[in-house]
Design a protein around this ligand. Structure first.
Ligand code: ACO
Length: 324
């Protein structure tokens, strides 16, 4: 009988430096009013030189392990979602492995842009279900500040840096529907939509490290449609109703998209975890960072049903339903 992946720890890390909309407006033709009105963002954290994806991921992972009461020896695998790795290789996951003092198991990075954490969670869940690993760190860590064109007001105001991590641990087979753990994950991608949100270079391209390019309107349109489908898909697959969901922990790209998803589920605003106002869009880190905040402040508790969803460049999108 398959094992179930329990989410036993969650943690986050945000860079020390906070950049307000007002500070951005000083050097860019934008305003606090425009940014807040269109996106809900008031500020973002921006990484210093030492706050790399590996550094932040390690801090977030330590916090997740601490909450789980787990040690380095309990970690079999590290799956790290990022579009902004420290190096082409070794994988950022393995820099984290070394910094955590984990001396066995395996790890790798995963690229699925803003949906990276959901993808990584899905891979980790599958590995635990089939018995390939017992303790898996799933991390999203991003330094988008390094791939933004800071002169492009259409994109640079939208993003921030940070990391979030969860620790998944195998539990015995569960049969009752109210069992805790990862109940389901659903992943989707449509490569033909790759040109509405992308980075126009990478280490494999000569002299083109790459900056983020986005057609905001198109992304917005697809986000609302695809995420609504993903939410329904998760509920149907589990035989659940909208009213069964205790918390929506959505990708934090834009308050208008988040509000639309909350309405779709019929959830009151206080049941939707929002961090986009303070974190902006931290891509693969946004869902675990939001989860970490709501668990730390006592909103999300053991036994609660949490629906996570995200959409990102690729396009990639998907959902995860977890009973805490
Ligand atoms: N400050 C002031 N004006 C701006 C800014 C800015 N920061 N950015 C754009 N504008 C201007 C534009 O130049 C344009 O001016 P014009 O009419 O004179 O040409 C005007 O504002 C409207 O621009 P649009 O891009 O059409 O604005 P829109 O209402 O679509 O809002 C936004 C842009 C917020 C990006 C919106 O499209 C959106 O939220 N899209 C979702 C995409 C998203 O959130 N992406 C994040 C990454 S993807 C992800 O994580 C899902």
């Amino acid at each position: 009988m398959m094992k179930r992946a329990l989410l036993t720890g969650v943690g986050g890390y945000l860079p020390e430096r906070v950049v307000s909309n007002a500070e951005l407006s000083a050097s860019l033709d934008t305003s606090d009013e425009w940014i807040r009105e269109r996106t809900g963002i008031a500020q973002r954290h921006v990484a210093g030189a030492h706050e790399t994806a590996a550094f932040m991921a390690t801090a977030a992972a330590r916090a997740a392990l601490r909450m789980a009461g787990a040690a380095a020896g309990d970690v079999d695998a590290i799956i790290l979602a990022t579009s902004t790795p420290d190096q082409a290789f070794p994988a950022t996951a393995l820099r984290v492995q070394a910094m955590l003092g984990v001396t066995r198991g395996f790890g790798f990075d995963l690229s699925a842009a803003c949906c990276g954490f959901i993808y990584a969670l899905s891979v980790a869940d599958g590995m635990i279900r089939v018995g390939q690993a017992e303790g898996v760190l799933v991390i999203g860590s991003e330094v988008y500040s390094r791939i933004l064109d800071w002169q492009d007001r259409g994109t640079c105001v939208l993003f921030g840096d940070g990391a979030g991590a969860v620790f998944l641990q195998a539990a015995g087979p569960a049969v009752e529907p109210a069992a805790r753990g990862v109940l389901s994950t659903h992943l989707h991608a449509q490569g033909t939509l790759g040109d509405i949100l992308y980075v126009d270079g990478a280490v494999g391209q000569r002299d083109r490290p790459g900056t983020l390019v986005m057609n905001g309107r198109e992304v917005f349109r697809h986000a609302v449609t695809r995420l609504a489908e993903a939410v329904d898909e998760a509920l149907v697959a589990n035989g659940l109703q909208r009213r069964d969901v205790d918390w929506l922990v959505p990708h934090q790209a834009n308050l208008r998209i988040i509000d639309a998803m909350g309405r779709k589920l019929g959830l009151p605003a206080e049941r939707v975890v929002v961090t986009v106002d303070r974190h902006a869009n931290t891509s693969a880190a946004s869902v675990p960072l939001a989860l970490a905040e709501a668990v730390a402040d006592g909103r999300i508790r053991r036994g609660d049903l949490v629906l996570m969803e995200a959409l990102g460049g690729g396009l990639t999108w998907g959902s995860a339903l977890v009973r805490m």
